[in-house]
Design a binder for this molecule. Structure first.
Ligand SMILES: Cc1ncc(COP(=O)(O)O)c(C=O)c1O
Length: 375
């Protein structure tokens, strides 16, 4: 059994993907070109925003937006404590300070009440200027944007939605990638929409921001790439990846999103009386980058993981270390009592195999093994 079955996905889409890759090679556009433009149009239409700016990966996508907003030393960016390292890394990379915010124990996403407390604390201290809130759509579930948007308006902050894991999710039909002033995603192979290498994209409705990002991602280009009007980076999407993504986006829209939600429903029907299963609030839709259950203790989680491993069932722990405990952030001062939920989740969560090609037989095998463990 695969944790995320990219082999079966390729076997299913092989004919179309192979043709798309060959066409890209024959076109001799290896970076950028019409294939990339077409993909950007398809992605912005799917997400429901005016501009999609493709780039090299999800980390650079975040960093480019922070650069465009001139986020720098002395600025504070509010990031959930329970996320992948890149969300906080890009803040420090741009010279600003990440302020980690504890998460909601049921959705695993940034807790708006604690966000407000964290902002007020930074304002009261007067050492940093609050600039950006960076909610993460963890495991495929959009963050609580209705509340986060209210807080952003109250404190006049920008929102950068890190939807690296959230592509395909929605709140009341409004797609992930369309929340906030800008949003980003990642096409890392194991993401809900993944390519066959690195890739990323930025979404925004703001024309000026889009134009600035187009410049920043190509060495700060002006009228052309040999006219350089600002310091930028080299962050472009390969043509072959764009060709692959067009095929995968079609499958994603046509059935993969439905299929991961089938897997979610099936797992939850089997497990709801055994372990705490993912909570999807009313009106929310997840693209299930992960299906994550909770145990009662570190020992129980580790024993369950070993039990499943012995039966050939792969699992993962996302994330074993909260952001504030990462060595790279050890120069920042933290109060452990601010991170009670994340500290507990890091010890107790376990992600089960999750992908659109998981069969009902495989789901039953995973669930039987979990039930046997708890017997
Ligand atoms: C929440 C989050 N943000 C950012 C990233 C960075 O994306 P990439 O690996 O494409 O740089 C990832 C992916 O690994 C992620 O999970």
């Amino acid at each position: 059994m695969e944790f995320r079955d990219l082999k079966t996905q390729y076997a299913t889409l092989k004919e179309e993907i192979d043709i798309a890759v060959l066409e890209a090679m024959e076109s001799a556009y290896y970076i950028g070109g019409p294939q990339v433009k077409k993909l950007e149009e398809q992605l912005s239409e799917f997400v429901g925003v005016k501009h999609c700016i493709s780039c090299a990966n999800g980390t650079e996508a975040l960093s480019l937006v922070l650069m465009a907003w001139d986020v720098k030393e002395g600025d504070a960016v509010f990031v959930p404590d329970f996320t992948f390292f890149a969300s906080g890394e890009v803040v420090s990379f741009n010279g600003a300070t990440p302020i980690f915010v504890d998460v909601d124990p049921s959705t695993f996403n940034m807790d708006p009440t604690k966000l407000k407390v964290a902002i007020e604390k930074v304002v009261a201290e007067g050492l940093l200027t609050p600039k950006v809130i960076m909610p993460v759509d963890l495991f495929g579930l959009p963050a609580d944007y209705p509340q986060i948007q209210e807080i952003a308006s109250e404190f006049n902050l920008l929102i950068l939605e890190d939807s690296a894991q959230g592509f395909g999710g929605a709140i009341n039909g409004k797609r992930a990638g369309s929340f906030g002033d800008a949003a980003t995603t990642s096409f890392f192979p194991a993401k809900p929409l993944g390519c066959y290498g690195d890739g990323g994209a930025i979404f925004t409705n703001n024309d000026e921001l889009a134009a600035l990002l187009e410049s920043l991602k190509v060495h700060g280009k002006g009228t052309d790439k040999y006219d350089n009007v600002r310091i930028g980076v080299n962050s472009r999407l390969d043509t072959i990846q764009a060709a692959i993504l067009q095929v995968k986006l079609k499958a994603f829209k046509n059935y993969e999103l439905d299929e991961v939600n089938r897997v979610y429903t099936s797992y939850t029907n089997h497990l709801k009386d055994v372990v705490p299963t993912p909570v999807i609030p009313e009106g929310y839709y997840s693209s299930f980058a992960q299906y994550t259950i909770k145990t009662d203790s570190l020992e129980e989680r580790n024993n369950l993981q070993s039990h499943l491993k012995d039966l050939g069932i792969p699992t993962m722990v996302y994330y074993i270390k909260p952001m504030h405990k990462q060595t790279a952030f050890s120069h920042l001062k933290f109060d452990e009592s601010d991170f009670e939920v994340t500290n507990k989740l890091s010890d107790t969560v376990l992600s089960l195999p999750m992908h659109p090609y998981l069969t009902e037989e495989e789901i039953a095998k995973v669930c039987e093994a979990i039930k046997e463990f708890y017997k």
